[in-house]
Design a protein around this ligand. Sequence first.
Ligand SMILES: *Cc1c(COP(=O)(O)O)cnc(C)c1O
Length: 393
Amino acid sequence: MTFNSQNFPLRPAWIEIDLGRLRRNLKLIRRDLPPQVRLMAIVKDEAYGHGALDAARVALEEGAWGCGLSTLEEAMALRDAGVTAPLLLLGQRHEEELEWCVAHDLTVCVNEPHVLRALAKTAALFGKRVPVHVKVHTGMSRYGVRWDEALPLIERVCAEPSLQLEGVMTHFSQSDERDKSFANLQFARFSEVTAALERAGISVRLKHACNSGGFLDLPHAHQDMVRVGLLMFGVFPSAVCRRIAGIEPVMSVKARVAAIQTLKPGEVVGYGMRYTAPDVRRIAVLPIGYGDGYPRVRNAGGALIRGRRAPLVGGIAMDALMVDVTDIPEVQMWDEAVLMGCQGGEEITVHDLAKLKNSVSYDVFTNWRLRLRRKPVNGGDQAVCGLETAAPK
Ligand SMILES: *Cc1c(COP(=O)(O)O)cnc(C)c1O
């Protein structure tokens, strides 16, 4: 036996990705969508930390038309792994990237005339006619051509023989709140653009606007495709948007008890002495900290152990946090604890963790660090988890 970096034991803190739930969520989303509306799986930033390759693979198997990504590197990783489906690069491309996009058939969003010209030239050099999606900004003021200036840009795409107008899209800045007035204003602006295209005799195969919130709550805006990220991973973007029964979280964060301390009254816990034991207390140490992406809290949050809630005490460290297990006397060394997810009848949701850092679920998901290995479960046996490729076997 050799002892190398391929076969060492995994640390007792990890993330489980339930691919069975991912598949079920996708089936439920697919079933909820009218059959003619396509689904684009948004798998940017390692599928919000879930592992882009697994998420893309399952989504495509469940009928997604293609995947949306943020960076050239993300898209190349999927191509290198053999994904042949359409891959749409959201955001803005630098001209240097365009040759790679054309060589690997990555679809570019065109937001302005410089990239349009450069992409047309590059495609012509490669002897290809490449599909493009024109991004229209309708009020978000991020990427895209303004809605009231979009028609000339789209006409120029149509005039380039090496470009093929495949899509026209926009993005909502608020689709998951009860008040839909700004989303509806954005959609009205987008509809002006698509109506103008029709009048100009320009047909577009894929008009798309909706993210998870829009998919759930703005059915009149579905058009030809919806771009779903968060909901695939089993999380609703807000407390007020429509629910689909059966959607369940895909990610759980776990660690095992790595030390147990018994405190006498008046003794303190952790950096800064932020917790003082009022009486005899039993404290379990979990080997996971803010260096793994847990919010940097003091005396807030907690874990589930033996199916019960153990509150976090003291300040969290980079590599460890302490929870009070006085009321759970059965707790032993190496018991499994859940930092995010379910155990027994209890649950700690991504929204609970988001509250601890005054942020949103997207932020919690994408901040779990890579040193927490992603372990695919329920259908993950044959999978090559996107984040697992370098993992010890
Ligand atoms: C991230 C992103 C989405 C997906 O948003 P969710 O709220 O996760 O569904 C859709 N479209 C664009 C342009 C995005 O950047």
